[in-house]
Each structure stands twice: as C-alpha cells, then as structure tokens.
Design a protein around this ligand. Structure first.
Ligand code: GLA
Length: 639
C-alpha cells in the first residue's frame, strides 16, 4: 500500500506540473481537493527538467511542488523519470539509442529512446533514481515510488545482442542444448559459436519462432533487471516506502507479469479498454482487473492509469458514456484495486498527447467530465478500502509466453489473437455473473471448482499433470483449441495437440481447419463456430456438439470426458459458449456472485461486502433480498 493509505482508497492521477507555470500549481491543488484527490504521480517524464545537464540536478521546482501538495493533504507517488532520457543523454551516448529489428537507430524527439542493455543508460537511470531518493527520503508527501513508466522498450543493437547471448548461456548452458531447443537443424541454422547468435533482426524470410520467443523472455528479464537496480536503490534509501511500476497490457509488451509481480511491493497496472461496442469496455475492464489481482496473488493491487474520459478504439478517441467512468472504476475497486488513478490530472498544453482526456480537461472544471471526476472522488472517499478477498470458485489460466508464441511466424492463421480468445472466455463467465480468478499455468488449483484454459499454446507436462489431478479429484476443466500445441521452446508435441492434455481430455486433434474471417460453421444440435475448427479423434471423450456443415460435417466439435474434462475445438458464438459454461458451472456447483443479477449487472463478493454495478439502462434487482440499483449506478453494501 502507499504509505499512509491504510483503509483509504487512492484517487488521483499523473500530475505533470513541469508542463505548467507555477501560478497554475496552486489552482491544481485547490481543484484536487475539490474532487478528493489524495495521491498524484509526479515527475514521470520530467528527466530533462530534473537533470538539464549530466549530473546537474534542479530540484527546486519539485521541492515546491511536493511542499504544496503536502500542505494540501495530497500524497505523492514519486516517479523516476527513466522512461524518457533527455536529448543531452542521446548526444553523449549515441550507442544507448535503441535500434529496430530493421537496423534503424532511433533518435530522441519522442520517449523511451534508450536501449535497456546499454551501460550508459543503466548508469544514468541509477544516478537520477539515487538523486531523487536522497533528496526526498524525508519528505512527508512521499507515499510510493513509481519507477519508470510502462516498461516495454525493445532494442536490437550490439549491447542487446551481447546481453541476449549471456542470457542464453545461462538458460541453455551449452550450444548443443540451444541448437536443440531452437530446432536449428531446420533451414541450416545450427550455431557453432555463441558469438554468432543475434537478436531477431530483420531476416529474408520467416524468423525462428523459438529465437523470437526467447528474445521476448530475454527482454522481460532485461527490463526487470533495470527495474530491480532502481528498486534496490530506493529500498536502501527509503526502506519504508513501497516501490512499484505500472505494468502495461498489450500485445507489444515484452514483460511477463507473473515474473515481475513478486519483485514489486504493489502490483500496479494501466488499463485502457479498446472498444465501445455493447459492454466490451466493461468486460475488458473486469478481465484486466482480474489479471492484476491474479498477478498480485489475490491481494491488493492498484489501477495506476486509466483514461478519465475516453476509450481509444484503434486511432479514434470516443468519449466515455455518462457514468461509465464511475462504473469502470468501481469494477476495478470491486476486483481488488486499492484506488483509481488516471492519466492524467490536467490535459497537456501541447505535445503528442494534447488530445488525451484528463481529469481537468482543456475545457476546464466547468465541464461534464470534471464533474464526473469530482463525483467519483467523493464516492471513493466514502467507500474506503475493503480488505476481504474476492470470492471466486473459477480460475482462468493465463500465460504471457503463449501470447507471445501465438504472435510468432508461420502460424496456421494470421489472426490468432490470444488476448481476444482469453477475453472471450472470461466475458462468458462475466455475463453469467460468475467471478473468475486469473492464475498462472503452474498455480495450485485445489481452491477452485472449475478451471478454464483458453489457448494455452505452450503446455508443459507439469501443467497437464496438475490439470489431470485436478479433474481426478473432482474438478471440472474446460480447455479451448490451440492448447497443448507446443512445449516451452515451440517444439510441437508429438501426436499433435492437445499434447500432454490428451489423456485428461480424451481427444486428439488430427487436423486443423482454420476458418476464414467472417465465416461460421453450423453446429449440431445448435450454435455456430468461427475462426477455427479441428478434426478430432475421440479417445475416451464423447461428443457434446458436432460440426453440421463443411468438410467436418458430423465430426465432434465440443467433447467431454468423464463428465468433467471438456474440450472446445472452435470459437463458439456467445450464446452457445454461455450455455456450455452455464452447464459446467451448474455441474460443478458454481453459483453467480448474487442470484438473479441478470445480464449487464456486475456483481463481486468480498466477504460480507457486495459490489453491484448496473451497466444497463433499467433498474436492477440483485440478490434474494432484491437490492435495487438505479440505471447506470452501483451500490456497495453489506449483504
Ligand atoms: C500510457 C502511458 C502514459 C500515456 C497514456 C496515454 O498508459 O503510461 O504516459 O502515454 O498511455 O493514454
């Protein structure tokens, strides 16, 4: 928890006073107080203001900002500004500029212009982190350290190449083991010397999937080493202040949250839903929050960034619907976030993100969005932090490595989207009102009744045997297509998928039939599949649904073994998937968080506390005692 926040929820956002003249700062604090802001993240991109020349620090302005905030009763998550080195840095250390896979050396003029493996970058990052910790160790406003911003930078330069080779040496120990793991006999890639191994730079044709996957893993570990170096400095100089970093969610992010979570004092995520269709944003928010809680081991975590007033849908920024900010925020809190932080406090006066929404928009405080922000702040102050764990009988297995492998070259279809697949499974449970914990592939499962396994592309024998014991001891498991395809080095399982999951599921996949976009295949007795289909061989399981047209007509599409181990070989339409999960939940005795909540009513139970959010435009009646919730509103009640 941020220091001083026991029992209180955090509310605030990124605050960038360096973008404004000083006379605005007092207005800021006054406005923050009006909307019950109690925590702001300061200095995320302020490196060039804090260290305008190498080793010359200008802390005076930051002293005044922190003093002012403290006088206003507002605590500070102090950032280390290492996501954006200043121009002087790249001139002094051109070798620390990042190189793309095509060999283009990027220059400053944006942000994240550094190579994580460059010694000069690491030294400069430690120096500014140390200087900040020495300066502000005793400052009463300091509540939390916010290291860096959304770690995710990838570089392919010679520094990165050397570090990658070191990482590979530690992982494989011998070139023989590496050659085996990377299947280098294919296309004459056998390595005879460690020095010949490169990052996955641009190649003539498809790259090596195992090399690409290992590079993602290396990037995750290398960035984690960057984080650790700063964290250790901060821990040493300010032992009683928690250290975090804001994890980004997205296919581009080479960070394995399961490996990072134990390294931070508080898991923090940024979340920006990407669709305004129907209840997409609501369902995605619940999924992101459940992921964060999973990474936090079921405990407290913090929503470090969300957009106060827009949803980014591709390149288009669409305003949130009335009340949606509060509803999405409450969903995060219900699912374990200890606060609601936003990007950002005041809209930037210029620069590349001037059109991003802000708690104080360009239009100023006399605006609908500011009024919603203020109402939310006051509401959160009233609710306070709930310690009770989120109650869930269902787990969903989620794996960053499978996500990365499913972005690899040479896959049977170009649109295999792990995020969408796992989200669709989570959304079905969401629509049924059932709360889901997200767990790692090696997590203990005994606390659950049902385990959902979407597209676990890389499945190890140990994960398979844990699932097997889970089913043997009475648990129910549902596995979706593209699970059990390969091992950790993207070597295909002998006998085809679902590989080591075949015995527990009682099926084998003989052949893949990827479906063209926008096409569906009919199922018997009802429902449709899309995206993907498979020719299955039953080996102990029985068919529950069959394909009803095309080449697979009459063949099994959904199967079950022993009434508890389900396999789904296509992307089911929402209604069919919901029906299937409804059946599984009923058989496993899994009930929704509140009976009779109905579609669009999100309910999460935390001990005696019930969070109920009405995402619909009609009055909702929740639970046996008929808790009534106005359209678009929420209640937090003992129930
Ligand atoms: C990210 C970053 C912020 C800002 C926002 C804009 O989450 O962390 O610095 O760029 O996106 O949406």
């Amino acid at each position: 928890m941020p220091r001083g926040f026991d029992g209180r929820l955090c509310f605030g956002g990124d605050y960038n006073p360096e973008q404004w003249p000083e006379h605005v700062w007092a207005d800021d604090v006054e406005l923050m107080r009006r909307c019950a802001v109690n925590l702001v993240t300061v200095g995320v991109f302020a490196w060039s203001r804090l260290e305008p020349a190498p080793g010359r620090f200008t802390f005076g302005w930051l002293d005044r900002v922190l003093d002012l905030l403290h006088e206003g009763g507002i605590a500070v998550a102090l950032a280390t500004p290492t996501a954006s080195p200043p121009p002087w840095f790249s001139f002094a250390h051109p070798d620390a500029l990042p190189v793309t896979r095509d060999g283009v050396r990027l220059v400053h003029g944006s942000r994240d212009t550094y190579c994580p493996s460059a010694p000069a970058y690491r030294t400069a990052a430690r120096r500014i982190a140390t200087a900040l910790a020495e300066r502000y160790a005793g400052h009463p406003a300091l509540a939390l350290w916010h290291v860096h911003n959304e770690y995710g930078t990838v570089c392919h330069c010679d520094h990165a190449a050397a570090a990658f080779r070191d990482w590979l040496r530690r992982r494989y120990r011998s070139l023989g083991a590496l050659n085996e793991a990377w299947t280098t006999t294919f296309w004459s890639q056998q390595y005879a010397d460690w020095e010949h191994i490169l990052p996955p730079r641009a190649t003539q044709y498809l790259g090596n999937p195992a090399q690409l996957l290992d590079y993602r893993r290396f990037c995750s570990d290398e960035l984690l080493a960057c984080f650790r170096e700063q964290r250790d400095v901060l821990h040493e100089l300010t032992p009683d202040v928690a250290v975090t970093t804001n994890l980004a969610l997205g296919p581009w992010v080479p960070v394995d949250p399961w490996a990072w979570a134990p390294e931070v004092d508080l898991v923090a995520i940024d979340h920006y839903p990407s669709s305004v269709e129907g209840l997409d944003a609501e369902q995605e928010t619940a999924f992101a929050a459940d992921l964060a809680r999973g990474w936090a081991g079921g405990g407290a975590w913090l929503l470090m960034e969300q957009a106060p007033d827009i949803v980014h849908t591709g390149g288009r920024m669409v305003p949130k619907r009335p009340g949606q900010l509060a509803r999405l925020s409450l969903s995060h809190v219900a699912r374990g976030s200890v606060g609601v932080m936003n990007f950002q406090w005041r809209a930037s006066p210029g620069g590349a993100e001037a059109f991003m929404s802000a708690m104080v928009p360009h239009a100023g405080p006399d605006s609908r969005s500011f009024r919603e922000v203020a109402a939310l702040g006051l509401e959160l102050a009233r609710i306070g932090h709930v310690d009770d764990p989120v109650a869930a009988d269902v787990a969903l297995v989620w794996d960053a490595h499978s996500w990365w492998a499913l972005q690899g070259p040479g896959l049977p279809a170009p649109d295999l989207d792990y995020w969408a697949m796992s989200r669709a499974v989570h959304a079905s449970a969401w629509r049924l009102g059932v709360t889901v914990d997200v767990v790692a592939p090696d997590a203990p499962l005994s606390a659950y009744r049902v385990v959902l396994v979407p597209a676990l592309f890389l499945t190890s024998a140990s994960t398979a045997s844990m699932l097997e014991s889970f089913v043997e001891s009475g648990g129910h498991v549902v596995v979706w297509y593209l699970s059990g395809v390969a091992d950790a080095t993207v070597r295909m399982h002998r006998g085809g998928s679902p590989g080591p999951l075949a015995p527990v599921l009682g099926v084998r996949v003989e052949r893949h039939y990827p479906l063209a976009p926008e096409t569906t295949v009919a199922l018997d007795p009802d429902g449709t599949g899309s995206s993907w289909s498979e020719l299955l061989r039953l080996d102990g399981a029985e068919a529950v649904l069959r394909y009803a047209d095309g080449d697979l007509s009459g063949e099994p599409a959904v199967t079950v073994r022993a009434g508890r181990a389900w396999y789904v070989s296509t992307s089911l339409d929402d209604a069919t998937q919901q029906r299937l999960l409804g059946e599984v939940f009923a058989a496993a005795d899994v009930a929704p968080a509140a009976p009779a909540a109905g579609p669009g009513i999100e309910v999460v139970r935390r001990g005696r506390r019930l969070f109920a959010i009405n995402h619909t435009d009609h009055v909702a009646e929740v639970g046996t005692a008929r808790l009534s919730i106005e359209p678009g509103k929420f209640v937090v009640a003992n129930y």
